[in-house]
Design a protein around this ligand. Structure first.
Ligand code: G3P
Ligand code: CA
Length: 249
């Protein structure tokens, strides 16, 4: 089972921030880091999950109504009096670029474009990834199959994970020709038999920011998930699974 840090180490650090990414990058055995991108009013790629800034910052309003300069004024409460800012994608590459180029880590860039279409986002992120020379370590994902199709046209070697809730819907979209080579379903919506998933990379996510370990303290049974055909999991608290799982496997 490969373990990814979902929005960074987002249980202990604010999600989708440089501190959450740094902590994840420090974990020796981690497969990669997942993050979410959107576009500011002035067309800059920034890392944030929601289409509004309200939940994660002290601001209010649609992300797309802020310029980068305006967005950078917003504060993310990191606890103990510490403040963080919404990172740009360039800042994330400044932080992780070396590890990505040296194949020590992968980065799953989720394009959050199902609600806001964000015209031109695919070109911007593919250009940036290539300018940074990190293309071999990137997995792009989206719920929006047409967006992945566009990325594949821009970069025929791009690795793509198609997102949906049910794994059967992921497979349906993959077979529809969006260019995806991996399925990214909700981990509790595996409505296909393990045999039907054989040969596929299946990276499972759980319930948004209320991951099982966050809401109840319960832990996922990674061995059971593996038997169901899941090859990778996105976890808010990968560090909690590290010692026992990575020592065992
Ligand atoms: O990419 C997996 C997962 O992050 C999808 O759901 O809402 O956490 O972005 P969400
Ligand atoms: Ca995501």
């Amino acid at each position: 089972m490969k373990i990814w840090a979902h929005r960074g180490c987002s249980q202990r650090y604010p999600e989708n921030t440089l501190s959450a990414f740094q902590k994840a990058a420090d974990l020796q055995e981690l497969a990669g880091i997942e993050l979410d991108i959107q576009l500011t009013k002035d067309g800059k790629l920034v890392v944030i999950h929601d289409e509004r800034v309200d939940r994660t910052t002290n601001g209010t309003g649609e992300l797309s109504s802020f310029s980068l300069k305006e967005l950078k004024k917003l504060e993310i409460d990191a606890g103990r009096g510490q403040i963080e800012r919404i990172p740009t994608m360039e800042e994330v590459f400044d932080l992780l670029g070396d590890k990505l180029r040296n194949h020590k880590l992968k980065l799953n860039i989720e394009l959050k474009n199902s609600i806001c279409p964000y015209t031109g986002m695919e070109e911007k992120i593919v250009d940036m990834v290539h300018n940074r020379g990190v293309q071999d370590s990137i997995v792009y994902s989206s719920f929006y199959a047409k967006s992945l199709e566009k990325i594949k046209i821009l970069d025929s070697d791009a690795r793509l994970g198609i997102l949906d809730v049910k794994v059967s819907d992921c497979l349906y979209k993959l077979k529809g020709g969006c260019g995806a080579d991996a399925l990214h379903p909700f981990g509790k919506a595996l409505d296909l038999a393990t045999e039907e998933l054989e040969g596929y990379t299946v990276r499972a996510w759980f319930t948004g920011h209320l991951y099982p370990e966050k809401s109840t303290g319960a832990k996922l049974d990674l061995d059971k998930l593996k038997k169901q055909g899941i090859t990778d999991v996105f976890l808010n608290e990968p560090e909690r699974y590290a010692s026992e799982h990575w020592l065992r496997n």
